[in-house]
Design a protein around this ligand. Structure first.
Ligand SMILES: *Cc1c(COP(=O)(O)O)cnc(C)c1O
Length: 404
């Protein structure tokens, strides 16, 4: 369906497989199983049925009439991934990979998680399909994300605390890879964004691209055109953005809308505390693939910062790196303060509390819409709901609930 990656798993120079030899047979087996699965109508039907019956797809495309009126420019539509089961787009991918695990005869899935969102989405799919589930999480993250740890346990998953290194996502990833190498015969490794060695960036993209395909149909129905003028999405690893971009990215230039990815500028673009991997990063290898990432002069990966845990990642998927170089998409950045203001605005004006990740995309839409005419259309990918973020927002906005 999509022209990239090439058979070696490359998006231009990006992607590929920078992994130990011991992982290559497992990645080959996965790529082969996935090729067979996507050509099998029965598999694709099961996936479609489960996205409907378990995830709640198709998600709505909601006209944000109040926000449109407030900003006084382009008409704004919200693609409501916040309404999915578990509250974000991540479930589209974990359901797809769990079904693939089952098809490959694996009894067990593993994942690593930072803030816990991908761990919860993995544990949810594992419960649905009767798969044993182990989630690796750094000790520091286990402490900060106690609610998500308990959620995963409620869903029947085992959360393994990682005490090595900085006790965060990087160390959890190393442990998950170690587990996979040891137990590859019965274990499927579920990666949470469009990152990792080939074929992961491709298969995560494919599972998320249901979002963009639905937008095409819904916009056709509501507006009589398949493409808006612009699509805006936040970018951490890049899966929600690729999901909504990919069906449009390879159209001819006349048919392609502006695709705008919004990275986290954290404390600011000159602060050194941000997650703007495309805007300020350079090429390097992270998690088994070549991509844009944040690194110091010695090539060491630099820590990322964002008020939103889901954007707090020092790299960005290979397909985004390729889009950026080729001009297929544009990438901008929004800092913590502007994202927090947009978080409040959407809640007040539209009655929707967004995820803090999503708030970065909203902030950019608030800049963009007034510069466009009323006939123009913007689609904002509302990647998740903000229930998970209200206590963090309360802390940083310095407010207490109003009591009478
Ligand atoms: C995890 C997450 C993100 C960031 O991940 P991507 O792979 O870049 O999409 C964005 N929004 C929400 C709501 C998330 O949970």
């Amino acid at each position: 369906m999509f022209p990239y990656p090439d058979p070696r798993g490359r998006f231009g120079p990006y992607g590929g497989r920078y992994v130990p030899e011991t992982l290559v047979p497992a990645l080959d087996a996965l790529a082969e199983a996935y090729d067979e699965a996507r050509a099998d109508p029965a598999f694709m039907q099961t996936l479609e049925d489960d996205l409907r019956d378990f995830v709640g797809r198709p998600s709505l495309l909601t006209l944000a009439a109040n926000l449109t009126a407030r900003l006084g420019g382009a008409k704004i539509y919200l693609k409501r991934e916040d309404l999915n089961h578990t509250g974000a787009h991540k479930i589209n991918n974990t359901v797809g990979q769990a079904l693939l695990a089952k098809r490959m005869g694996k009894a067990r899935v593993i994942a690593e998680t930072g803030a816990g969102q991908h761990g919860v989405a993995t544990a949810t799919a594992a419960a649905r399909y009767g798969l044993a589930c182990v989630v690796y999480m750094g000790e520091e993250d286990v402490r900060r994300q106690a609610l998500n740890v308990f959620r995963m346990q409620l869903l029947g998953a085992e959360v393994r605390t990682v005490t090595s290194g900085t006790r965060t996502l990087k160390d959890a990833t190393n442990e998950a890879i170690r587990d996979w190498v040891t137990n590859v015969r019965d274990t499927f490794y579920i990666i949470g964004s469009v990152v990792g060695p080939h074929p992961y960036p491709m298969l995560v993209r494919d599972f998320q691209s249901v979002v963009g395909r639905e937008v095409m149909q819904q916009l056709q129905e509501y507006e009589g055109r398949e493409a808006p003028d612009a699509i805006v999405a936040c970018v951490g690893g890049g899966s929600n953005a690729i999901g909504v971009f990919a069906p449009y990215a390879y159209l001819s230039e006349e048919r392609r809308p502006r695709l705008i990815g919004v990275e986290a500028a954290g404390h600011g673009m000159t602060s050194g505390a941000h997650a703007a991997s495309i805007s300020l990063g350079k090429r390097g290898v992270l998690h088994g693939a070549l991509m844009y990432l944040l690194s110091d002069d010695d090539g060491q990966i630099s820590p990322a910062h964002s008020v939103s845990a889901g954007l707090d990642y020092p790299g960005v998927g290979p397909e985004h790196s390729f889009y950026a170089d080729e001009g297929l998409a544009e990438y901008v950045a929004v800092d913590d303060a502007e994202a927090l203001a947009a978080f409040r605005t959407l809640a007040e004006v539209e009655g929707i509390i967004p995820a803090l990740e999503t708030a970065h995309a909203i902030a950019h839409v608030m800049r963009l819409a007034p510069t466009m005419p009323p006939e123009a259309i913007i689609v904002l990918n509302l990647s998740g709901r903000g229930d998970k973020d209200v206590s963090e927002a309360m802390r940083v906005l310095g407010e207490r609930p109003v009591t009478s």
